[in-house]
Design a protein around this ligand. Structure first.
Ligand code: KG4
Ligand code: ZN
Length: 338
């Protein structure tokens, strides 16, 4: 039995996503239109992304309601990702959500995209509540965050340069693989030897909880520079596996160091990189060693999606935490309770 339904909108980058999530964190529908146009430019073109969000949103909402088996009258609130992201893309989603909430006379809920990634876990584990330690790893962010409750958290570590997902993407590009690089390296690495090249582990020895991945990118570049193309081709899976290990190992080491030092019982993975099979496996082994419990989202909710925005909005709805209709996206880095 559900008390309310939330229509959630996510347009922070180049995917247009709409979902219906109910009061029990059940996903009634979650649809995403990907924008293939950016591939020919080798990266997201912000203006093109904004325009396509405008084009895709209306039909996607209609399809989403149909798939959920409800009508617009069954919607009790409209939630939208407000930051961080491409400002033009966020503006399209926010304007759309505001108009819809106004026309339906329903509350509007603003959700931080990174908080949404953490809440993606609720879609699979509805009973998961803080305190927990979250490793938030995406294409633009890498943060180790201690949540004391759902509204209060402390960022205890972060990357000093590139994000973990960015490292996967940049290394994939150096290896001549496609975009996004993370899933491609993950798959390729399963056939390779992670000890083949000993790439540097950023800040591993430093006694803090921060990360650094830009040195690794340079190390891969230097490694490839004096190698024969045939040799690289022959050992592509080994190089991918070695690079993946150099990204994942520090993530696991630092997370476990904090968990051990602070008697953490619950560790949560969030963001696109939480889909990584090596990260999941090593984290599972290491958390088991300290008798902590590990949670990560279902694979379909690791990458950007509107269902995670809906999940975060469920708690905001319950708390009556609504946004006013003069809401506007504003640039920000990382996690915040909007
Ligand atoms: O969270 P997300 O969908 O978007 C941002 O908010 O940035 O994360 C996208 C990132 C990309 O860098 C992508 O390469 C990475 O997540 N990613 C992965 C995997 N799946 C996605 N990285 C490693 N292994 C994966 N299986
Ligand atoms: Zn994201």
């Amino acid at each position: 039995m559900s008390d309310f339904n939330i229509l959630a909108i996510e347009t922070s980058c180049d995917d247009t996503s709409v979902a219906v999530v109910d009061s029990e964190y059940r996903v009634l529908a979650n649809l995403t239109s990907t924008q293939d146009i950016h591939q020919q430019y080798g990266g997201v073109v912000p203006e093109l992304a904004s325009r396509l969000h405008i084009k895709y949103l209306m039909p996607l909402v209609a399809d989403c309601l149909k798939k959920a088996g409800i009508t617009i009258k069954d919607i009790d609130a409209v939630a939208v990702a407000i930051n961080p992201g491409l400002i033009g893309s966020l503006l399209v989603g926010t304007s759309f959500a505001k108009s819809l909430a106004y026309s339906l006379s329903k509350p509007l809920i603003a959700v931080n995209h990174m908080l949404g990634h953490v809440y993606a876990n609720k879609l699979t584990h509805p009973h998961l509540v803080p305190p927990y330690l979250a490793l938030v790893v995406s294409g633009g962010h890498t943060e180790l965050v201690f949540f004391s409750n759902q509204r209060e958290f402390k960022i205890v570590g972060r990357t000093q340069d590139d994000a973990a997902g960015e490292a996967f993407d940049k290394i994939a590009k150096l290896l001549g693989l496609g975009f996004p690089g993370g899933p491609i390296i993950d798959k390729l690495a399963s056939e390779g030897n992670p000890q083949f090249v000993k790439f540097p582990r950023g800040m591993n020895k430093k006694d803090n909880y921060n990360f650094s991945f830009s040195g690794l990118k340079t190390a891969v570049l230097n490694y490839l520079e004096d190698k024969d193309p045939e040799y690289i081709k022959e050992h592509l899976a080994d190089i991918a596996a070695s690079a993946q290990m150099a990204i994942v190992e520090p993530l696991v080491t630092k997370t476990l160091r904090f968990a051990r030092n602070n008697n953490i019982m619950y560790v949560v993975l969030a963001g696109g990189v939480s889909a990584n099979s090596l990260l999941r496996r090593l984290m599972q082994e290491e958390t088991a060693n300290i008798s902590a419990n590990l949670y990560y989202p279902d694979l379909q909710y690791c990458m950007d999606n509107a269902a995670m925005i809906g999940a975060a909005a469920v708690d905001k709805y319950k708390n009556g935490d609504f946004a006013s209709l003069d809401l506007n996206p504003f640039p920000t880095k990382g996690l915040r309770v909007v």
